[in-house]
Write a protein that binds this ligand. Structure first.
Ligand SMILES: [Zn+2]
Length: 84
């Protein structure tokens, strides 16, 4: 089994912010990209996150640190529902 097989959707949910910030270590990044190639759910989640972050930054640059936690919570919920 390759290492990619051990990368699961839950981990992507945890890593997505760092992924969008380009803050993931190279080793994790390649796992993420392999997972994304394989997983339409995570691709959808990523595009939602991207939209949300862009919107959030457009709305208020100052609150950008405060808002993602809230937004992320809602997306996590949506993501869980999506998987059930
Ligand atoms: Zn996934």
């Amino acid at each position: 089994m390759s290492a990619a097989a051990t990368y699961v959707c839950r981990q992507f949910v945890e890593d997505v912010t760092a992924y969008l910030d380009g803050a993931l270590p190279e080793q994790v990044l390649s796992l993420v990209e392999e997972h994304l190639a394989d997983c339409p759910h995570c691709r959808e989640y990523l595009s939602q996150m991207r939209r949300t972050i862009v919107m959030t930054r457009a709305i208020t640059e100052a609150d950008v640190d405060a808002m993602p936690a809230d937004v992320r919570e809602r997306l996590l919920q949506a993501f869980r529902d999506h998987h059930e």
